[in-house]
Ligand binder design. Structure first.
Ligand code: GLU
Length: 281
């Protein structure tokens, strides 16, 4: 039997809150109960939003909570070459195109088309730049402005053929990556995106069971497609429910009152905070 390897992959853009604690404990327990390994990965590709202090603070918070992790911590900003190589492979397959649209233009284009198709992550990209003539593309690239690199999801799906993935709570799923539209894989100044780096890293780190919140369930459809295109291993998945506050809203980083730091400073013990995060001892 293969060893169970899970991970917790926070972005150091703020302090950890109870929702993160739930997710970390969920992954940690899945690994430890199976006698497997639990890894920590720092998802810090967004240099504008990530801060080193949040990285050291989150490690401190996890240790205080009673969590330990195996092996070295992988920091995504140290591995841009891995993501560049994956992106180049997708480009060589002819599945990536530059998109010059601003957010405003995307919204206006969708409205003009008389519809505003929404995916689980908001407005779906209407495909404006997908079939730009090559000469216009070259001209706009040469002009030096910002652009995103998008996946032509229909072409990618046609190339990969039908795919499935498995969620431990929700069973087998037919991969439907088109529900996210032509997602951004990289930008002019950043050679990767959440979707690309998380998929590459889960393979590189030998993750066998991806545990994460239900908010990322739809992203897994796309990750399964990227795995097929890049020849990566396919882990098992377990998307867990999200913790909500008293008003029934999903916990967010801005909900500072519930940060682990605040709870700790208010005198709560690790066991109490584990219980608040849904894991009573
Ligand atoms: N870095 C992501 C987040 O903080 C989690 C990624 C994942 O677990 O796939 O939401």
């Amino acid at each position: 039997m293969t060893e169970t390897v899970t991970r917790f992959a926070p972005s150091p853009t703020g302090h950890l809150h109870l929702g993160h604690a739930h997710s970390a404990l969920f992954g940690w327990r899945a690994a430890r109960m199976a006698g497997g390994r639990f890894l920590l990965r720092i998802e810090d590709i967004d240099a504008g939003r990530c801060r080193p202090v949040f990285e050291s603070d989150l490690m401190d918070d996890l240790a205080w909570l009673g969590l330990d992790w195996d092996g070295p911590v992988r920091r995504q900003s140290d591995h841009f070459d891995d993501y560049r190589a994956a992106l180049a492979r997708l480009q060589a397959l002819g599945l990536v195109y530059p998109c010059f649209c601003t957010r405003k233009e995307i919204a206006a284009e969708a409205a003009r088309a008389g519809q505003a198709p929404h995916g689980p992550d908001g407005l779906l990209y209407p495909g404006t730049c997908r079939h730009l003539p090559e000469s216009l593309r070259a001209e706009r690239l040469a002009a030096g402005g910002p652009y995103a690199l998008r996946l032509d999801v229909a072409a990618a799906k046609a190339l990969a053929g039908p795919l499935r993935w498995h969620d431990r709570a929700q069973g087998w799923q037919e991969a439907a990556p088109e529900i996210l539209g032509d997602v951004v894989l990289a930008r002019k100044d950043t050679p990767t995106s959440y979707h690309l780096s998380v998929t590459v890293d889960d393979d590189l780190q030998g993750i066998t069971l991806v545990t994460r919140g239900q908010d990322l369930f739809f992203a897994t459809h796309l990750h399964r497609l990227l795995q097929a295109l890049l020849g990566l291993a396919v882990p098992d998945y377990h998307h867990h429910g999200l913790l909500v506050n008293e008003r029934g809203e999903r916990l967010a980083k801005r909900d500072g009152a519930r940060s682990l730091r605040t709870l700790r400073e208010a005198g709560h013990s690790p066991a109490e905070v584990r219980a608040m995060a849904g894991f009573p001892d």
